[in-house]
Ligand binder design. Structure first.
Ligand code: PMP
Length: 284
């Protein structure tokens, strides 16, 4: 597999990181994951805008962000001969002797990227859906920053696997549902879609953003308001969204069926329109 590091594209094994990189020692950096369809990055501008907001939130500057990251992504896709996959982009505050305080004169930010092939999900995989468990959302109160500090998410994902599930749905005080360990969460009740509003408690997902626009076009009512674990368990449908899974039905929660335990019509309509959307953007 190929990566981008220190200005050039090379095999992943050839890249070596300075052990005093602040990303390595403090998780002091931010990242993005961008989907590649038919050799083209999808929703790149939206991802770079979010990256730029994350950088600003951690008081980092990255000159010419948009132009240079576009180039890096395109070079990796071309050299890696990737048809379908995703680009991982990471920016850290740079390398310096370990100190919580970062130098007042900014270090050169360290940019790295990888590219990974990822086949399109099949209709069967969509219909099969996934299983989730509810876990306590113990994260900090700046979840809108796409920070490298993912330990709570990593532990939640591991706990989900230990319980035989694919995703952890996080809830503050095990009451208010926020989002998944690596996805946004939606429920459907009587044809109305509910999802947690953007703000410091969740990551503003790019897939979520696009799905909300699509829902508007399909005349599906969406309430961006918090809902409870109880409401989630009683929902007609539950689905998650993220860059890799697009719109993905959750058919069981803590081992108990959601609705009739199958992919639902609202998730299916949104997924179909989402597929059409990326086809159109890639073609255009
Ligand atoms: N929330 C969290 C915590 C995530 O890690 C992700 C995946 N990046 C998402 C939501 C979904 O975001 P996106 O649609 O931009 O992939």
């Amino acid at each position: 597999r190929l990566c981008y590091f220190n200005g050039s594209v090379m095999p992943v094994e050839k890249a070596s990181v300075n052990i005093e990189d602040r990303g390595y020692q403090f998780g002091d950096g931010v990242y993005e994951v961008i989907r590649v369809y038919h050799g083209k990055p999808f929703a790149m501008r939206r991802h770079l805008m979010r990256l730029s907001r994350s950088l600003k939130a951690i008081r980092m500057d990255f000159p010419d962000l948009e132009q240079s990251l576009h180039k890096v992504a395109e070079q990796l896709i071309r050299d890696g001969k990737i048809e379908h996959g995703y680009v991982y982009l990471q920016v850290t505050r740079g390398a310096a002797p370990r100190d919580h305080l970062f130098p007042l004169a900014p270090l050169p930010p360290v940019l790295s990227a990888t590219i990974t092939p990822c086949p399109l999900r099949t209709p069967e995989q969509f219909e099969q859906g996934g299983k989730a468990v509810i876990l306590s959302d113990d994260r900090w109160l700046h979840c809108n920053i796409k920070s490298l500090n993912l330990l709570p998410n990593v532990l939640a994902k591991d706990e989900a696997r230990r319980r035989g599930a694919d995703e952890a749905v996080l809830a503050r005080d095990l009451h208010t549902v926020t989002e998944g360990a690596s996805s946004n969460v939606f429920i459907v009740r009587d044809g109305i879609v509910f999802t947690h509003p953007d703000g410091p408690l969740i990551l503003p997902g790019i897939t979520k953003e696009i799905v909300l626009e699509i829902a508007g076009e399909l005349n599906i009512t969406v309430c961006q308001q918090p809902f409870t674990v109880g409401q989630l368990r009683q929902a007609d449908e539950v689905f998650i969204t993220d860059t890799i899974h697009e719109v993905h039905p959750i058919v069981a929660m803590d081992g108990i069926k959601i609705g009739d335990g199958a992919a639902g019509p609202v998730a299916r309509a949104l997924q179909n329109a989402f597929t059409e959307y990326w086809h159109d953007t890639i073609a255009g």
